[in-house]
Design a protein around this ligand. Structure first.
Ligand code: MG
Ligand code: ZN
Length: 226
């Protein structure tokens, strides 16, 4: 048996469970976002800002994936939303089975918007369907402008790119128009937001778009490649 065969089997099993997750979430009218990025891009900070702004208008629940510690889960729980923490104990991505277990610990009837904060990693989370409506990739200006070219699969499989830490543009080596061009080269349908979770710039625009789409108008534009 070749390694490739084993990997295909793992992915086939994952996709089967992801479909079950998707079906269950759909039945309960839950709009689910798989938040992906490299470590330190600001996924948790974005959740904090988003919940602060629209948490009273939309019922939000969060699944927090981390390799170790429930530090981020604790941060998010401070905003009075239901949070389930998944500690992967070394695994560098979430799988559909872990998310299924987490979903079973949430009250889906009381959830309109579910965020799954994936493990910080731009590689394999791109290949694992969790049953989400869409992937949203967060990239910060401190990472430079070449990430879409280096990790194309992640940007191809995402519907939205959020550029975070725009307040740091004067201090970092990142050409933001080049970053956007690179991302659109990989995925011309990508919706782009520019935000700063520190200054709050752009958060309102992102949240307005989010609320509109949670209300069920979203149609997939991205062709997913696993
Ligand atoms: Mg985090
Ligand atoms: Zn991995």
């Amino acid at each position: 048996m070749s390694v490739i065969t084993v990997e295909r089997k793992i992915l086939a099993k994952n996709d089967e469970i992801a479909e079950q997750n998707r079906e269950l979430l759909k039945q309960n009218d839950v709009f689910t976002i798989n938040l992906v990025s490299s470590p330190g891009s600001g996924k948790t900070s974005l959740l904090e800002k988003t919940i602060s702004l629209i948490g009273s208008k939309v019922n939000i629940s969060v699944i927090e994936g981390d390799v170790q510690t429930s530090l981020d889960a604790e941060r998010v729980a401070n905003y009075n939303v239901p949070v389930v923490s998944i500690v992967t104990n070394g695994a560098c991505h979430l799988e559909a089975k872990l998310v299924q277990d987490a979903i079973n610990n949430l009250d889906l009837a009381k959830t309109e918007l579910l965020f799954i904060e994936n493990v910080g990693n731009l590689v394999c989370p791109a290949g694992f369907d969790l049953g989400e409506e869409m992937k949203i990739v967060v990239v910060s200006t401190t990472e430079g402008d070449d990430k879409p070219l280096k990790y194309p699969k992640m940007f191809r499989n995402s519907d939205v790119m959020i550029i975070n830490k725009i307040d740091l543009i004067p201090y970092v080596n990142c050409d933001i128009s080049k970053l956007k061009d690179n991302a659109l080269l990989i995925n011309p349908g990508l919706k782009i937001f520019e935000v700063s979770c520190t200054s709050g710039e752009g958060i309102k625009e992102w949240c307005n778009w989010l609320i509109e789409n949670v209300k069920g108008k979203y149609i997939h534009q991205t062709q997913l490649v696993y």
